[in-house]
Design a protein around this ligand. Structure first.
Ligand SMILES: Cc1ncc(COP(=O)(O)O)c(C=O)c1O
Length: 381
């Protein structure tokens, strides 16, 4: 019996990511070249060529950790551990901090690692469903605080919160967020806060604090893949005030990558020092693309609708009664084969088979959406 069940979304991407003409489900924002990144900081290109290629510190290059610490309100570099992307960080956290028999509560639907790795470790994983609430313009994905309070108990070791959320784009209100933190504190549970889409709130006034800044037992997860558009760097990190948690995670990292890639850490340092510019670039793409997506949805109300995402670079539309497809698996299968546009069906999240993930952080979204629409028109003609 393999330790992990296959990662459905990653297997699907592996099949189509480098062959489909258009990816209309990507969760990362548009990337850039090494040259473009280095040009953001005076002298960086020259210094990069002199970067030594030996091992780096297990917890991450001190300069990079200092830059990362500067993105939090109350943490110093000693509270950060760098990883190879967010993915390795989730794995190391789970291996270091969870034990067989622990109960963990996880947003549902969710990015599969957040439930599958705890399950593989031997935890009892309790899904905590998001709820669509309200009508018309006030319809949103709500974080069900009462539901969470019913799931928490003395054996709850950790709550996995992902906000802004993959795949819905849900974002808790400040009241929901504070209530989640208070419930974790009361239950004595760690809060693993996957914040990889943070800084991409569609209304910046809705931005929440990093969990590690407001809760002493929180571990915040960050990465440069999404808001900075630098997924190929494979640089993510965990931030927490819990020194014992960091020690345990560092011990696990010794059996994985040992340390992060030295060139990536250098480039990540430039990116973190220039984060506001990189995030502004991603956000302006998101704003422009969202307007196109909304116009598309408005033109085809019988085909599809969504509960509007409030943050991040993805959302979860749902096929309507007049879509002409049995489910989003059929849509995705035919769409990619006949027009080269890739969509992710909701079944990959073991979720609503009519739903599919739509990504709007890439520069070629206008062409991808136009190709989808031309294909739909061709079918109905
Ligand atoms: C919620 C969430 N967490 C973690 C990750 C992993 O990020 P990375 O691929 O940069 O390691 C992703 C990637 O899509 C994600 O959506």
């Amino acid at each position: 019996m393999p330790f992990f069940k296959p990662f459905a979304l990653e297997r699907y991407f592996a099949k189509h990511e480098f062959s489909a003409r258009y990816l209309l489900s990507s969760s990362d924002c548009e990337s850039m070249t090494t040259r473009e990144l280095l040009a953001l900081e005076d002298g960086a290109a020259e210094r990069f060529l002199d970067q030594r290629l030996g091992y780096t510190e297990t917890r991450g290059d001190p300069g990079l950790r200092a830059a990362l610490a500067g993105t939090y309100e109350s943490l110093g570099p000693e509270s950060i551990i760098v990883h190879a992307g967010a993915e390795e960080a989730i794995l190391d956290f789970c291996l270091a901090c969870l034990s067989p028999g622990d109960r963990v509560v996880v947003n549902f639907p969710c990015y599969q690692s957040l439930s599958e790795i705890p399950r593989a470790v031997g935890c009892a994983v309790e899904p905590w469903p998001l709820r669509e609430e309200g009508e018309g313009a006030s319809r949103r994905w709500a974080f069900d605080v009462e539901g969470l309070s019913r799931l928490l108990g003395p054996k709850t070791r950790a709550v996995f919160l992902n906000a802004p959320h993959n795949p819905t784009g849900a974002l808790p209100t400040r009241e929901e967020f504070d209530a989640i933190v208070a419930l974790c504190r009361e239950a004595g549970a760690l809060l693993f806060s996957d914040e990889v889409y943070r800084l991409l709130e569609h209304n910046p006034s809705r931005r929440l604090p990093a969990a590690c800044d407001v809760y002493e037992d929180a571990v915040s997860l960050g990465v440069l893949s999404k808001n900075a558009g630098l997924a190929g760097l494979r640089i993510g990190w965990l931030a927490t005030r819990r020194a014992d948690v960091l020690d345990a995670i560092a011990s696990v990292k010794d059996y994985g990558t040992i340390c992060s890639s030295a060139p990536s850490e250098f480039l990540a340092g430039v990116a973190v020092r220039r984060l506001p510019e990189l995030v502004a670039r991603s956000r302006s793409l998101i704003d422009a693309n969202l307007a196109l997506v909304e116009a598309f949805l408005a033109r085809r109300p019988g085909f599809v609708s969504w509960t509007r995402p409030e943050g991040g670079s993805i959302g979860l539309p749902r096929l309507g009664p007049a879509s002409g497809f049995a489910d989003s698996d059929e849509l995705a299968r035919r769409l990619v084969a006949e027009s080269g546009v890739m969509l992710l069906p909701g079944s990959l999240y073991s979720y609503d088979p009519l739903s599919f993930r739509l990504g709007y952080g890439r520069a070629n979204l206008p062409e991808a959406l136009a190709t989808l629409e031309a294909w739909l028109d061709g079918r109905t003609r």
